[in-house]
Design a protein around this ligand. Structure first.
Ligand code: NAD
Ligand code: ZN
Length: 237
């Protein structure tokens, strides 16, 4: 029932906004931050993913990121990521927002992804505006544009705010869509969890794809309990 209504809403929509969280990458085998396979040399992420840690010991922080990049490179996009490519091609206006840093939406072929927490494969200079996706060989690296050593991974660290321009676009797309689809997010981390609420207030039809209920489930018109790789291809066909 939920599924067939959701499909017909998607088919008649002109503007669709999709927001994804860690759950869409679960079937790609992306290791989580916090599980035991996410631990490195007994450091907790909170001790390494901060500006303080970077300023104290950038080599250590880079070693951790290069290790995480290697682990994430073993993961490949799954049928859930691919289904969103097909959906984007069918609808007049499509926005994809993600909390993930794993680069799998881009790898699947999505363009213009609004990455709220940045991208773990990106390097970014704190001195000039240079950023790239080049492989880092010598650590700590220096910015290839200006030579500064304050050259960091392009992700949002603990204590930092989200990129304002990206966040604004995500809010605008959520407020201005006919259908909002939330995939694999626990809807606990703000401000990302505000996006479905904004869409709801502005009258969009809300679809949740998640094997488990979330604290926001009741505001969704359709809550489809299943995994991203099994549900999204059927939902977006
Ligand atoms: P979360 O871990 O808090 O929640 C994941 C949600 O996905 C849960 O509600 C779970 O029920 C659901 N889920 C599990 N398997 C699923 C599947 N196969 N298909 C669909 N849904 C599934 O993730 P979050 O809401 O994204 O927030 C966690 C924070 O951790 C974010 O800030 C994010 O940046 C970060 N994070 C990112 C990655 C990544 O880049 N892949 C991985 C872990 C954590
Ligand atoms: Zn620079």
């Amino acid at each position: 029932m939920d599924m067939s209504e959701a499909k017909s809403k998607i088919q008649s929509a002109k503007r669709i906004c999709v927001s994804t969280g860690a759950g869409i990458s679960a079937e790609s085998g992306v290791p989580t931050f916090r599980g035991s396979d996410g631990l490195w040399k007994n450091f907790r992420p909170e001790e390494l993913a901060t500006m303080d840690a970077f300023l104290r010991d950038s080599k250590l922080v880079w070693e951790w990121y290069l290790w995480r990049r290697e682990k994430i490179k073993e993961a490949k996009p799954n049928a859930g990521h691919s289904a969103l490519i097909n959906l984007a091609a069918k609808v007049e206006n499509f926005t994809l927002v993600t909390q993930n840093v794993d680069n799998l939406h881009r790898e699947a072929g999505s363009a213009g992804v609004l990455e709220l927490h940045g991208n773990i494969m990106r390097n970014q200079c704190m001195n000039c505006s240079h950023s790239d996706y080049d492989l880092i060989e010598d650590i700590p690296p220096h910015c290839p544009a200006c030579g500064n050593e304050r050259y960091r991974p392009g992700v949002v660290w603990f204590g930092e705010s989200l990129p304002q321009d990206v966040m604004q676009k995500a809010f605008d797309a959520s407020a201005d869509c006919d259908v909002f689809i939330c995939v694999g997010s626990s809807n606990i981390v703000y401000p990302a969890a505000s996006l479905p609420q904004v869409a709801s207030e502005e009258g969009a039809y809300l679809i949740e794809v998640n094997p488990e209920p979330t604290p926001l489930s009741e505001i969704f018109h359709a809550s489809i309990r299943g995994t991203a790789a099994e549900i999204l291809p059927a939902l977006c066909e």
